[in-house]
Design a protein around this ligand. Structure first.
Ligand code: NAP
Length: 239
């Protein structure tokens, strides 16, 4: 099957917008979700606006996709927020916001999409995590990213094994620091130094990894790091 139906959450900008472009360039049909979306003039893009942490939005996203195209081949759980702070400075609101988008925003839509994929007998789910799960950086504390995205990395393997014999693959992409609006306004020279290759990643480099996973029929439970080597180990000697 060449023309798939792909659902991308967090599609209005950054990695999500690049994913929409990348999947469309392959000729696939894309369902784009975000809380705000610009109108598009492309019959092969269906926009579903709403907070992905809301189960009613997840219901609407799946129902609209099935009504338009009758199946879901791939779900990319890309919507996510990042709040970096020393652990004791996180507020209850920070905790609620991060867990809402990063965890509830994964849970409700993935459950609904998985039910449909089980009916179809095939499908692919890709989670977007972060290399900070494997290689936290003491100087840049990000406890809530570890807590929320660590869960996504873990459930990637859990669901991959649960669904391997049912035709559904589950994989993840683990980005390093990628040039997107998420870190606009920050000191990107400093951020570049946090990765062994000494630069920020490009959104297209994440898209390449997702497109690879999407066609890799014998790959499941895999977490591909696209992070300039950041997950690989400690590469700087403390002075
Ligand atoms: N950029 C990086 O360096 C980096 C590194 C590691 C991991 N990641 C992960 O990569 C993913 C994409 O990040 P990005 O850099 O492209 O971020 P971004 O530029 O801030 O874009 C985030 C996207 O998610 C959407 N979104 C946020 N909350 C949402 C919600 N509750 N419901 C629906 N959509 C929501 C935003 O649109 P609306 O505001 O319109 O909803 C936006 O389209 C995230 O999961 C992030 O954690 C990024």
């Amino acid at each position: 099957m060449s023309e798939k139906v792909i659902v991308v959450t967090g599609a209005s900008q950054g990695i999500g917008a690049a994913l929409v472009k990348g999947f469309r360039a392959q000729g696939h049909r894309v369902v784009a979700n975000s809380r705000k979306l610009q109108p598009v003039n492309d019959p092969n893009i269906l926009s579903v606006v709403g907070d992905i942490a809301d189960p009613a939005v997840a219901d609407r996203l799946v129902a609209a996709t099935l009504e338009r195209w009758g199946r879901i081949d791939t779900l990319v759980n890309n919507a996510g927020i990042f709040i970096g702070k020393p652990f004791v400075d996180y507020t209850a609101e920070d905790f609620a916001n991060v867990m809402s988008t990063n965890v509830a925003g994964f849970f409700y839509v993935t459950q609904r999409v998985a039910r449909q994929m089980l009916r179809q007998g095939n499908g692919h789910i890709v989670n977007v995590t972060t290399s900070l799960v494997d290689q936290p950086i003491g100087a840049v504390p990000t406890g809530l990213a570890a807590l929320s995205k660590g869960g996504l990395a873990s459930i990637t393997k859990s669901l991959a094994t649960e669904y391997a014999a049912k035709g559904i693959r589950v994989n993840a992409v683990s980005p390093g620091i990628i040039k997107t609006p998420m870190n606009e306004g920050e000191d990107r020279n400093f951020l570049a130094k946090l990765q062994p290759m000494g630069r920020l990643g490009e959104t297209e480099e994440i898209v390449d990894a997702v497109l690879y996973l999407d066609r890799a029929a014998f790959v499941t439970g895999e977490i591909i790091h696209v992070d300039g080597g950041a997950h690989a180990g400690q590469w700087q000697i403390a002075s």
